[in-house]
Design a protein around this ligand. Sequence first.
Ligand code: UT7
Length: 325
Amino acid sequence: MVTSKIVATGAGIPSQIITNDDLAKIMDTSDEWIRQRTGIGERHISGGEDLSYYTAQAARQIIERAGITPEDVELIIVATVTADYCTPSAACMVQKAVGAVNAVAFDVTAACSGFLYGVSVADKFIRCGVYKNALVIGGEILSKIVDWKDRSTCVLFGDGAAGVLLERSETEEGILIEELGSKGDMYEVLTARKLVPSNAFNQVEAQTECGHVTMDGREVFKFATKKIVSGVNKVLETAGLSAEDITYFVPHQANLRIVEVASRKLKIPMDRFYINIEHYGNTSAASIPIALNEMNEKGLLKKGDKIILCGFGGGLTWGTLLVQW
Ligand code: UT7
């Protein structure tokens, strides 16, 4: 039985911290509103560096911790909606930054579920025997696409990158079960960066600025709680496990209240969910790997532990993975 297992984690996080009080100085909001509605206290915001800077930091740390050389890396996948360019991919920029000259590199786009989709794709390449390892990074510079005049969205998001190295394993461990899904008919609920098809031969007005994040927060909230609950139940049922067998549930960090609702519905206590939203806000594709890296650095994950990662976001998309550490 061939599986892929996580052998190292790493992150690249902007050093600039913007608190809720900092935001209240430039817009009509308050620490109280943001904390009560979301659980967010502060977020890391790029000081001007683009995504490639932080994904490269994460990649270097992962490679070093895995004890391999850049030349050993066979596949690089970056999950993002905020790459430096439309082309090249963020993954190709990681390849250049670290000197992973032998790797195949491309991006996946599934918004906040993107890291889980990236891990799923890498897992298939490894299980099929095409590649022996894969660097999978989720990263976002959301601060460059939020509308800083829209207090209902800009206070929610943060910047950062983190990821894992997956390696081929001959034993039953690593990525065990997955449940991914998409609901394109709801795409308008959460959009960003619409590119206008303006050209020299039509009357479409040229775009003056990049399309910002727009979101129907309540719809996303309902969707998110439903998908965490159904995803966790489905993965547990498929695995023949109960919630007690899972050491930690690691949800996408979008809103503390979303996790609290899911925790009540699933009858799984909140202390089994790893939460760090207070210090990062919603970093979209980066949120789950940032949490995983933090847990790993704190020594919370022991060999053999089973964890469930669950994400949801634009698309709309969702994903739940059962992982054995
Ligand atoms: O990563 C996946 C994508 N995103 C999500 O998962 C987000 C899911 N949704 C949510 O987290 C929540 O819906 C929000 C946090 C976005 C909003 O919370 P809410 O409880 O649904 O608030 P609301 O949008 O209904 O707004 C309530 C009030 C409004 O004022 P009125 O109309 O009641 O007078 C807003 O204008 O709060 C006001 N408001 C604010 N007040 C202070 C909205 N944003 C702010 C703000 N500061 N930043």
